[in-house]
Design a protein around this ligand. Structure first.
Ligand SMILES: Cc1ncc(C[n+]2csc(CCOP(=O)(O)OP(=O)(O)O)c2C)c(N)n1
Ligand code: SF4
Length: 288
């Protein structure tokens, strides 16, 4: 049993008033309380960005690593200790810019981690440069005038499906109930779970406002979408404009990386006994 006070961290929250990150943090806390497992079972990994501050603002084990690199760190933790619930919080720049290769390899490995991607369509921390998910033609601080962003955006849901993620969903930081439900399912899922979370950056992205998402988002549940149909899920990933689908796009069951590595061998790294004399021998050899 975990309550809200247990999750309060001493650090002062340093996001702008109105930022979508508040909703994501709130949903994460609700998720941890709903799952109800002890706090030491969780490990939160983040990269650099506004999203990267999450481990500082929740009282759980955390690791704030380099920009683009949370998924490799999370992979190592999940493989070394399959008993942990490993969660990644990363931005759209973090995940689809420098981190895109890591995201795709994490997905094809089906490592047992839940990735919560804060997609505000902009680089927030570094003050408003266009990101890999900023739509073509949008005017930003760094897009050439008057054309705006001169290239097409990454399709996060499509990338996750093609990459091999076994749980692929989209939430919105303004719909707590749906987002919390998706986070609970993603953490409980055995394998690479990817949740794209649409998040307004009220300072640097004047297009993706709260109203923009409220007017456009609808739940795939309302359409009886078949989340076991990969091709239908991929087709849905291209729907973006007047209507933006949210909810579970795709789910399948596939053996995880940890299971591939440890079967039929016994135990994971965390359960291995370390023989200090072997270690000393190695140190002696290397220090010759
Ligand atoms: C290796 C490396 N490359 C680039 C940067 C500079 N940098 C810091 S945050 C950031 C982008 C942040 O945008 P995003 O990941 O979308 O997160 P947000 O702040 O919007 O949540 C960049 C490019 C860095 N710190 N380290
Ligand atoms: S700059 Fe944008 S993403 Fe960063 S805290 Fe402010 S509103 Fe949030």
């Amino acid at each position: 049993m975990v309550n809200r006070d247990d999750l309060e961290a001493p650090q002062e929250i340093q996001w702008c008033p109105g930022c979508g990150n508040f909703g994501i943090l709130r949903a994460l806390k609700d998720t941890i309380m709903e799952i109800g497992e002890p706090r030491h079972n969780y490990f939160i990994v983040s990269g650099i960005g506004q999203s990267g501050k999450v481990p500082h603002f929740i009282n759980l084990n955390g690791f704030h690593t380099l920009h683009g690199r949370p998924i490799p760190i999370a992979t190592a933790a999940a493989v070394a200790n399959p008993g942990l619930k490993v969660i990644v919080h990363a931005g759209d720049g973090d995940t689809f810019g420098e981190g895109l290769g890591h995201m795709l390899h994490g997905a094809r490995r089906n490592v047992n981690i839940a990735c919560f991607i804060h997609n505000n369509g902009i680089y927030g921390l570094t003050k408003g440069q266009y990101s890999p998910t900023t739509p073509h033609g949008q005017i930003t601080k760094t897009s050439p005038k008057p054309v705006g962003v001169p290239m097409q955006a990454v399709n996060p849901i499509g990338q996750a499906i093609i990459g091999g993620a076994t749980f692929v969903a989209r939430g919105f930081s303004g719909d707590m109930e749906q987002l919390t439900g998706l986070m609970v399912k993603a953490i409980k899922h055995k394998g690479f779970a990817f949740v794209e979370i649409m998040q307004p950056c009220v300072v640097f992205n004047k297009v993706w406002t709260w109203d923009f998402f409220k007017e456009r988002t609808y739940s795939l549940d309302d359409e009886n979408h078949d989340s076991s149909d990969k091709v239908a899920a991929l087709e849905k990933s291209f729907e973006w404009g007047e209507k933006i689908p949210t909810g579970l796009f795709y789910k399948e069951s596939r053996v995880t990386l940890e299971h591939e590595l440890y079967t039929p061998r016994e135990g994971s790294l965390v359960t291995h006994e370390t023989d200090r004399s072997d270690l000393q021998q190695l140190i002696d050899e290397l220090s010759l």
